[in-house]
Write a protein that binds this ligand. Structure first.
Ligand code: FMN
Length: 229
């Protein structure tokens, strides 16, 4: 089993602490990491080359392509971010922006339909809910059919879970969530919502406006009844 952690901060604080608690539950598995912004400091320029001309035309393709390979290889994808001004970190946002071409509405990557996702969010006071929703939405539109989340409001800057008053509760919650995640990994299935959106976007591709997307769907045979899941 392969676990990929996309850590939206290079700061070793609250977010990394919670990620490490989860990783402890997967210590017998293969773990890969992308740390942001260290591994990708470039913002999306908005050229839309990835969508319109092909992902290899992205100015940052050399950096993004190995990351996509890591996503493809993973069974469990963990997106983890601190809340910064009510949203995810800019490193995480930049990473996700570079994956826009892989959204269901464009060129879904079929490997994504066979994965489980976990969104981890930490905030000082508020913002866990909105940030979790943002990252879950991204994973959903990338095709990940089952997504868990775990958010902590720490009331601490530069914290570490070891210092938290409620650390035993957090540890128990992490263990309980891991049991559910492991069950989902054993019994992977594509849910009705993913199927619904896939079929909706398939209809739009039949008279699609973007040749790069339409050609992709045709090549995959998805417009002739084949399915990516
Ligand atoms: C630039 C910045 C912006 C932040 N914005 C928020 C915020 O909008 N809401 C909040 O509750 N906490 C906010 N915080 C606090 C962090 O979300 C919180 O301390 C988080 O757990 C930090 O994670 P880290 O220790 O992994 O860096 C902010 C912290 C920083 C550095």
């Amino acid at each position: 089993m392969k676990v990929l952690v996309v850590l939206g901060t290079s700061h070793k604080g609250n977010t990394k602490s919670i990620v490490d608690l989860f990783l402890d539950e997967f210590k017998n598995d293969e773990i890969e990491e992308i740390v942001l912004p260290n591994d990708l400091s470039e913002f999306c320029y908005g050229c839309a080359n990835c969508i319109l001309k092909g992902e290899d035309k992205c100015p940052h393709y050399k950096k993004i392509n190995p990351m996509v390979k890591k996503l493809e290889a993973a069974d469990l994808i963990i997106l983890a971010t601190p809340v910064f001004v009510g949203s995810c970190s800019s490193g995480m946002k930049a990473f996700l922006d570079h994956l826009a071409y892989m959204w269901l509405v464009h060129r879904p990557n079929e490997s994504m339909f066979n994965k489980v996702g976990l969104v981890i969010t930490t905030a000082g006071g508020s913002g866990v809910k909105a940030t979790t929703k943002l990252l879950k939405t991204n994973l959903f539109y990338l095709g990940v059919p089952k997504i868990y989340n775990y958010g902590v409001t720490t009331m601490k800057m530069k914290g570490n879970y070891i210092d938290y008053k409620n650390k035993d509760k957090i540890k128990k919650q992490v263990k309980r969530k891991t049991i559910k995640i492991k069950k989902s990994l054993k019994k992977r299935k594509v849910g009705i919502k993913t199927k619904l959106f896939y079929n909706l976007f398939k209809m739009t591709q039949k008279n699609g406006w973007n040749k790069t997307d339409v050609d992709y769907w045709k090549e995959k045979g998805w417009l002739d009844g084949k399915k990516p899941y």
